[in-house]
Design a protein around this ligand. Structure first.
Ligand SMILES: Cc1ncc(COP(=O)(O)O)c(C=O)c1O
Length: 466
């Protein structure tokens, strides 16, 4: 039994203290998150994870469409990724020599670059998505000698100060200024706006998510190729932030393949290491790389202590192998098409469903007010209290009645998003689509439930940000 006088092993903590998560969180971590979880009834003690599922203390399996913000592409605790981490530990590798180089990181770079477009030819390791984006901003400025970074409205690139400076959502930025100077927002999908800014001749880079994570916004077909051409003409670098869209998520290894893009940099993270170990990486063109690291005295001008560590590299190599061996990229494309085909008809069937969109297994459904007078009045009353509340009328029953965990796609948004594990099976896609329809039908049929729910909660959609 655990005793505070003796430090416990991890196995002892897991065996003896399970069930204390919420109390520990409230006392030492984030009590506001605790309030959200209790209000929604999401305050579970999660005991395990396997494939596309989370498992609670009673052994119930929940279909996890949150995917840890999209890190579990190959599924939770994939045996190959777990084994890779164990193999590194068993090998007692000469990790992080710092004044030295390592094998696993080199092989990872080789394998990632082999899967990436020919425009990139070097890897800069990092530990998280935001760190990869920070590196891209620095490399762009140093390689071009220009100050300005363009980003898209509603963009999400991480929450450290540099990445926050190119975040297109006020709710994340407010209160943290002053942010980086010389960062300019342009409307997503608006080529004229991009061209106007590029013409000033001072732009180092345009940083863009091929599909925006916040809201799951898809670009029109010619936007990204033409944006790339405009950047080239203006001598600015194109940076694709594939932190969320990469590693098979959209039915291609990198989403940029949908448009045949050849960017100067690609940021990766999240699912790259199977959800087991923090990881990040920027794939960089040789030209930009060599302008930044242009002499021995400049060899360590950018980096981080744990960047390229053996645990992350091993988990990433296992992830790439699993993607290939299990054919997960093609599976994601097929499952994504199935999910769209099952859910797009909801637009016709239910007044509150405004749109259903997605690419591969990055999917969203957007709600709007019903047209009937009573329904609309109730909707407005609820939305006045808390914008985006209708979505919770869907996510809460999905969780409690159907054991499906999904997320709101952003603050004050009536959009629900799904990032399932790419290993998800067809029967689970069908179960989700059926549960979703049933839940929407009840929400629409009983608008008074909406009023009761809103009055009871006064929720914030916080914590469900990406
Ligand atoms: C597109 C994109 N870029 C960057 C990030 C930041 O990644 P991290 O949370 O690992 O810093 C995220 C995280 O959600 C993201 O979706």
């Amino acid at each position: 039994m655990y005793s505070s006088s003796r430090p416990a092993t991890v196995a002892e903590i897991i065996a003896d203290r399970a069930g204390e998560e919420m109390a520990l969180n409230d006392r030492f971590l984030n009590p506001q998150m605790g309030r959200i979880l209790r209000t929604l009834g999401f305050d579970k003690s999660w005991r395990g994870g396997e494939g596309a599922h989370l498992i609670d203390a009673d052994g119930n399996r929940y279909l996890d469409l949150f995917g840890g913000y999209g890190v579990f592409a190959i599924g939770r605790n994939h045996p190959a990724a777990v084994a890779a981490v164990q193999e590194v530990m068993a090998a007692r590798t000469g990790n992080l020599p710092q004044l030295g180089v390592t094998l696993l990181s080199g092989v990872l770079a080789e394998q990632l670059l082999a899967r990436a477009p020919g425009s990139v030819g070097a890897m800069v390791p990092a530990n998280t998505g935001t760190e990869a984006v920070e590196a891209a901003i620095k490399i762009a400025r140093a390689a071009t000698g220009r100050p300005r970074i363009l980003y898209a409205e509603h963009a999400f690139h991480g929450l450290t100060l540099g990445s926050l400076s190119i975040n297109g959502n006020a709710e994340f930025r407010d209160g943290f200024g002053p942010l980086l100077a010389d960062c300019t927002a342009v409307a997503f999908d608006d080529l004229d706006a991009l061209e106007r800014e590029l013409q000033r001749g001072d732009v180092a880079a345009f940083v863009v998510e091929p599909v925006q994570g916040k809201g799951v916004n898809l670009p029109r077909a010619d936007y990204l190729p033409r944006a790339q051409a405009l950047c080239r003409q203006a001598g600015a670098l194109l940076v694709c932030d594939e932190v969320q869209t990469g590693v098979g998520r959209t039915g291609r290894f990198l989403a940029l393949e949908h448009w045949g893009l050849e960017p100067d940099m690609v940021c990766m993270a999240k699912a790259l290491s199977g959800g087991l170990v923090p990881i990040g990486a920027v794939l960089v063109s040789r030209a930009a790389f060599e302008r930044v690291f242009d002499g021995m005295e400049r060899a360590v001008r950018h980096g981080s202590t744990f960047g390229g560590n053996d645990l992350a590299a091993a988990a990433a190599l296992a992830t790439l192998r699993v993607l290939d061996e299990e054919g997960l990229v093609a599976h994601a494309e097929r499952m994504g098409e199935l999910l769209l085909s099952l859910t797009q008809p909801l637009i016709e069937r239910y007044e509150v469903v405004r749109d259903v969109r997605g690419l591969g297994l990055m999917w969203a459904i957007e709600f709007g007010p019903p047209s009937g007078r009573v329904g609309r009045a109730l909707w407005e009353a609820i939305e006045r209290r808390q914008a985006g509340l209708f979505s919770q009328l869907i996510t809460v029953p999905l969780f409690h009645e159907h054991r499906i965990l999904c997320q709101v796609a952003g603050h004050r948004m009536n959009t629900i998003k799904a990032l399932p594990a790419l290993v998800i099976e067809e029967q689970e896609i069908r179960r989700f689509a059926a549960a979703l329809e049933q839940t929407i039908a009840s929400a629409e049929r009983y608008p008074s439930a909406l009023a009761r729910f809103g009055a009871r909660t006064g929720l914030r959609a916080a914590g469900m940000r990406r």
